[in-house]
Design a protein around this ligand. Structure first.
Ligand code: GLN
Length: 461
């Protein structure tokens, strides 16, 4: 059978599987007819040999990324009817590279959360075991890949939202360096931390997807002009002589023993292949959660100001403008989003700005400096992605601080602007996936993907 025929069959199978797994609540929209007609168009291009590098691949898109003509909600009731008039740059790039866009995925409202329980459309269930959360906020994207419905998915990561669900669902997820991928058309949560990245079933697909979406974009002045390497064709490397840093702050109390055991097994295999494992210190790690939740909420309170009931989506009742604003925002936003707006407004307010926001900016600098100092000694850093495996629904919902602590190993990369990738390293005794995180120097995605490919080989051997 020809390639394109196989592709059309694969698309039909994926639609059937998505329907069969409806209860997992992965997709917020799945336009079957549009998917079929795009698939035919791509198949025609495959026939004539004009297809792009992603031809034959199905890609799900987190609903925080806008898609022309397809409802985009960012997981919020306030945007439940919002139909964007244009495509995000990453979406344009997927289409021009021949990808088949396969549905918009469920997520925590405005990407605020670690479990998907903050979605205003009900949470996604973890395909590995539906009694457990898939992680957040890109839980729908990670689950779409883990359930075998799509080859790849786009997520966004502000404090761990690609890496955490990838770890919880047993797939690969990468947050690129800040500026590597255009944010134009990503519904903003915290603009100095947000970054779009790939989620995939293996490192090679993640590299392919990154290649397609990375690179400068005139519409995003923070996107880098650095050339985009040919990631998928640069995956060969040797572990021998590779200097891998193990930050002692990431291996202490607070991390599940089973996770540490798996990561330590991997460390031993890397050592036996000739890698040099070196203990490093990132002394300001203990400030990362507090720093992140001040900066992220401050930026969110400003970014979310635009949802006033006038310009987009849901409009509340009221006889005066201020009443409409207030009822639109009170009813349109969920609890966690309101909590973050309150926190963010507080830390930016006159009288508290110096004590919180300014201090957080100073701590952010120290956190970045820690990494840059460590990178003078090592090529990359290896640590668990998360201190726990997936937890059960409801376990942490009454305690926002416990939920925030799930991000303890992921937020500092966003604060420092560094790339990180989570790769599966096996399962817990309960059968829940465990992820290991590799952290790289700015714009060294190639080296990071190479190391991730070696980890993948070692784990499957
Ligand atoms: N869990 C973190 C938060 O709730 C990170 C979310 C993200 O990366 N979008 O803010």
């Amino acid at each position: 059978m020809e390639n394109y025929e196989q592709f059309l069959e694969k698309v039909e199978d994926a639609l059937t599987l998505a329907d069969k797994k409806k209860d997992l609540n992965i997709f917020l929209s799945l336009e079957e007819e549009k998917i079929r007609s795009s698939a035919k168009k791509i198949a025609d291009e495959m026939k004539t040999g004009n297809a792009g590098i992603l031809a034959g691949k199905t890609v799900a898109i987190k609903d925080a990324i806008i898609t022309k003509g397809t409802i985009t909600t960012s997981g919020s009731q306030i945007l439940k009817d919002f139909v964007p008039p244009y495509d995000a740059t990453v979406v344009e790039r997927l289409i021009s590279n021949g990808a088949l866009l396969f549905g918009k995925t469920n997520m925590d409202e405005f990407a605020m959360g670690s479990s998907n329980e903050n979605s205003s459309f009900g949470p996604v269930k973890n395909p590995v075991n539906p009694e457990y959360v898939p992680g957040g906020s890109s839980g729908g994207s990670a689950s779409a890949v883990a359930a075998g419905i799509v080859d790849m998915a786009l997520g966004s990561d502000t404090g761990g939202s690609i890496r955490l669900p990838a770890a919880f669902c047993g797939v690969v997820g990468m947050k690129p360096t800040y500026g590597r991928v255009s944010r134009y058309g990503l519904i903003a949560f915290a603009s100095s931390l947000d970054q779009i990245g790939p989620i995939a079933g293996n490192v090679s697909d993640a590299a392919l997807l990154l290649k397609a979406i990375a690179g400068h974009d005139e519409s995003d002045s923070t996107s880098s002009t650095a050339e985009v390497p040919d990631y998928p064709n640069l995956l060969e490397s040797d572990v021998k002589g590779l200097k891998i840093g193990l930050p002692k702050e990431y291996y202490g109390e607070g991390c599940d023993k089973e996770i540490l055991d798996r990561v330590n097994d991997l460390i031993e295999s890397l050592r036996s292949k000739g890698a040099e494992l070196i203990e490093v210190s990132l002394p300001h790690t203990e400030y990362s959660i507090a720093t992140y939740y001040i900066i992220a909420t401050a930026e969110a309170s400003s970014n979310l100001e635009r949802y006033d009931g006038m310009r987009y989506g849901f409009r509340g009742e009221g006889s005066e403008l201020s009443e409409v604003y207030s009822s639109s925002r009170s009813k349109g936003f969920g609890e966690e989003v309101k909590r973050r707006i309150m926190l963010g407004t507080y830390v930016l307010s006159a009288g508290y700005y110096d004590a919180y926001y300014k201090k957080a900016q100073q701590a952010r600098r120290l956190i970045r400096d820690d990494f840059l100092t460590a990178f003078k000694e090592v090529d990359l850093i290896l640590a668990p992605t998360s201190p726990t495996t997936a937890f059960k629904f409801g376990d942490k919902m009454d305690d926002p601080l416990a939920m925030y602590l799930v991000d303890v190993y992921t937020t500092s990369l966003n604060l420092a602007g560094l790339p990180g990738i989570s790769v599966p390293v096996g399962n817990s005794s309960e059968g829940l996936p465990i992820g290991v995180q590799l952290i790289g120097k700015p714009f060294e995605e190639t080296e990071l993907l190479q190391a991730a490919a070696r980890v993948e080989e070692l784990v499957s051997s």
